[in-house]
Design a protein around this ligand. Sequence first.
Ligand code: BGC
Length: 441
Amino acid sequence: MSTLLTELQILAIQLRILPTQINIMADKFSQAILDGLEKKRSPLKMLPSYLSTPSRKEVGTFLALDFGGTNVRVLLTQLLGQGHYRVHSRVASPLHDIDNHYNYITDQSTADQLFDFIALKIGTIVKPDTRYLLGHTFSFPTHQTSLNTGTLIHWTKEIETTGMEGKDITQLLTAALSRNGLTNVLPQAIINDTVGTLLTAAYMNQSTRIGSICGTGHNTAYLEPSSPLTKAPMIINLESGNFDQLPFTSYDIQLDANSETPGAQPLEKMVSGHYIGELVRLIACNLFDAGLLATSSGRNILTTPYLLNGAHISLLQEDDTGELVIINHWLEDSLHITNSSIEDRNVLKTIATLICTRSARLVAATYLGIIKHIDPHLEHSHNIAIDGSLYEKMPGYAQDIQLTLDQALADTAAIATTTLTKDGSGVGAAIATAIAVNTKS
Ligand code: BGC
């Protein structure tokens, strides 16, 4: 019979991403970029943004709408040029609120209901007699034919609102603004959050060429030096969460099979905040079933899918009290798992660490793939702008990404650094709007 220790050792091997695998993955990722650019079959959607990096002279006050899937935020943002900005007012609301009895992200909600809710939020921040130009950060795979048109290809992050896939999001928003008497609010641009992060970082530091989100979802955008559409530089949204040449474990396969979208977003399902808690839960259930965890009250409770979220995984890793008392309190108070043994708490912590380290290393491999594409001789410095809860808050996550990049580039002249870029969605939408206005005039 296998012991707990043996099982954990096997798990560590299954979840380990070796340096050679990092390089192989990066090469496959670079190839997928090339294939996508050449319109060959590729897991990367390579979606054009119709934007290059900003001149840094963009100024003006714009409304930014940020729809990421968990919350909706509206910000009145003033761009001051050369990387400076001021947020004058903001409102934020969850899209699912049990206490207030609404949920706009299930299949019980329609696009019109969702956009009416969003228009209501916009209405709380705008004055009736003022004209507002609006930039929309919409953090889902969107096919754009111009800066201000975007068709949702498919939902990700388990969102299911009906009547949106295949529809032009700007038209849905404009119609809702009009239904709600907000014809003074004029949408000018729609961008992905990775594009917003890259725009914001490049507004401050012109040399930034890569923007990424490591949060509830995962994705990266980069500045393609020669876009197939214009033969000029253009930011491309990779939709890298759909990358699929990866070392899957049985847990990844199980998670995917039970998800809303089997087969879609394989990388995102291995790395992002929406899924890492579920992976930890599946592994813990497996150990329970093998009789290797002792806390009897835990097994039944852990049967609930998506019981664990990214914040719980953070908590598991943060607890450095000898007896893991913080984890114990959380298990008791939030999950009603009583009398957990220290050994079991340690196992949960170990699983969380293994999953997070794997996530950071897989993400770093994709960054390396982009760097190899834009700098084939690996001789330049690259700054990767990143936003999202995993990168910002998950203990050890940012360091693991940096370490992986440092190791992979050690024998080359290239250097890769990563920097936290906050407010990318809001400020990026304002920058995109300023660019839209400048292009028109
Ligand atoms: C979406 C991307 C988005 C990422 C981060 C993914 O689920 O497909 O468009 O950039 O989440 O929000």
